[in-house]
Design a protein around this ligand. Structure first.
Ligand SMILES: CC(C)(COP(=O)(O)OP(=O)(O)OC[C@H]1O[C@@H](n2cnc3c(N)ncnc32)[C@H](O)[C@@H]1OP(=O)(O)O)[C@@H](O)C(=O)NCCC(=O)NCCS
Length: 181
């Protein structure tokens, strides 16, 4: 099974929460994972994600990401972005974190990058955070991840700390914050 096969076979595992409008007029469905995905599907999506930097550079096995593809409680929602039957990306959030929320994972699969999905997901996340009364949003990205840093700074996040060795010796992670209040 690949990430591009039959997410409809998730059989009620996904609860749509938003329709993300892309700049080319296409839409992508953002759905909360509310029940276990079909056998092998979580592993397939995780494998596609760890095939990309930054996870590839750190040598993460797919199993390290599968918990982010499992249903979870309200404080740690996991979302899939889907284009029709295909998985286009994953977003995992930790709520109630330092007077706001922490974006654990934002990943758009290569075939879907550059179409505005990451931006639309961040816009949706900010709108829900504001509706929730959050004061802050936080995210961590690798110093070498110029694409990630560009996306977050373009969306109003500011680097507030460098964390050398957080994930691996010789690498630095950057903590970014966006003030909502
Ligand atoms: C970083 C990441 C999440 C961005 O997702 P994305 O969906 O490709 O992001 P967007 O499409 O919203 O924006 C990316 C670029 O495409 C451009 N773009 C978006 N829609 C576009 C469109 N319709 N036509 C042309 N360009 C477009 C954006 O302007 C942006 O360009 P810029 O970076 O030069 O300003 C994605 O590349 C990814 O998952 N990378 C690997 C994992 C990662 O780094 N995650 C984040 C840090 S952990």
């Amino acid at each position: 099974m690949t990430a591009r096969q039959g997410i409809a076979s998730a059989n009620g595992a996904l609860r749509p929460v938003a329709s993300l409008q892309l700049r080319d007029g296409a839409t992508v469905t953002l759905s909360r994972i509310v029940a276990p995905l079909a056998a092998g599907h979580a592993l397939a999506v995780a494998s596609a994600i760890v095939g990309m930097d930054p996870w590839r550079r750190y040598g993460f096995p797919p199993e390290r990401l599968t918990s982010f593809l499992s249903p979870s409680d309200e404080t740690t929602p996991r979302y899939l972005m889907c284009s029709g039957e295909d998985v286009a990306g994953l977003m995992a959030v930790k709520r109630n974190w330092m007077f706001g929320s922490y974006l654990n994972i934002l990943a758009v699969l290569p075939a879907y990058q550059g179409r505005g999905i990451g931006s639309a997901a961040l816009d949706w996340l900010e709108a829900t955070a504001r509706a929730n009364g959050d004061r802050n949003q936080f995210v961590v990205t690798s110093a070498f991840n110029s694409g990630g840093l560009k996306l977050y700074t373009r969306h109003g996040f500011t680097p507030i700390a460098e964390m050398p060795g957080l994930i691996a010796d010789g690498e630095t992670e950057i903590l970014l914050r966006k003030r909502l209040a």
